[in-house]
Design a protein around this ligand. Structure first.
Ligand SMILES: CC(C)(COP(=O)(O)OP(=O)(O)OC[C@H]1O[C@@H](n2cnc3c(N)ncnc32)[C@H](O)[C@@H]1OP(=O)(O)O)[C@@H](O)C(=O)NCCC(=O)NCCS
Length: 153
């Protein structure tokens, strides 16, 4: 699988890109994982936020593969909404997705720690990308999460 990554502010996305981005997030987080809160937030369209969109370049039209976003949260670069379509999972693309998300966070918010709230089964996964647990685990929408940080370089 060859992957194309695009980084953009929300209001620079095309209507088709917005549809693909929000549909995947809704399919994954609301339908699949049963989040009890709204996936779309005002921070999505904030001028400081950036969105990562991943496409599978090996097919035409290119299937939408995955997404992530980075937002400003208390002076830290907060990664979230990290997801792959079912077709992208277990293929190794997740490594590229996280690398691209980290690169987006570093470019958008230079010299800041990068944080995320890992779903607990994914702690080892994020650890392999350099993130370390900090603080206490907490529950959000029925999902156990562990705050993790990747220190600024
Ligand atoms: C998170 C995600 C991008 C990882 O991509 P992937 O292709 O599944 O990644 P891998 O195959 O390398 O698996 C990574 C780890 O996730 C675990 N995992 C994947 N799906 C899982 C699930 N539904 N429940 C629990 N663990 C899961 C794997 O067991 C693996 O654990 P390990 O690192 O301890 O071996 C993808 O599974 C996804 O989009 N999941 C739904 C959205 C989500 O949960 N996002 C994370 C928010 S913190």
């Amino acid at each position: 699988m060859t992957t194309l990554f695009i980084t953009s502010r929300f209001f620079d996305l095309s209507a088709a890109e917005i549809h693909a981005l929000l549909k995947l997030r809704s399919d994954v987080f609301v339908t699949e994982q049963g989040w009890a809160h709204t996936d779309i937030e005002d921070i999505d369209i904030d001028g400081s936020s950036r969105h990562l969109l991943a496409y599978d370049l090996s097919e035409r039209p290119m299937p939408f593969l995955g997404a992530a976003r980075v937002i400003d949260e208390d002076g830290k670069a907060k990664l979230g909404r990290i997801c792959l379509s079912p077709a992208g999972r277990g293929t190794g693309v997740s490594t590229e997705l996280i690398d691209a998300a980290i690169a987006m966070a570093r470019e958008t918010f230079p010299d800041r720690d990068i944080v995320l709230d890992a779903q607990v089964p994914l702690i080892d996964f994020y650890s392999r990308h350099g993130f370390e647990p900090y603080g206490d685990p907490f529950e959000q929408g029925g999902i156990e999460r562990q705050p993790m940080v990747l220190a600024a370089t």
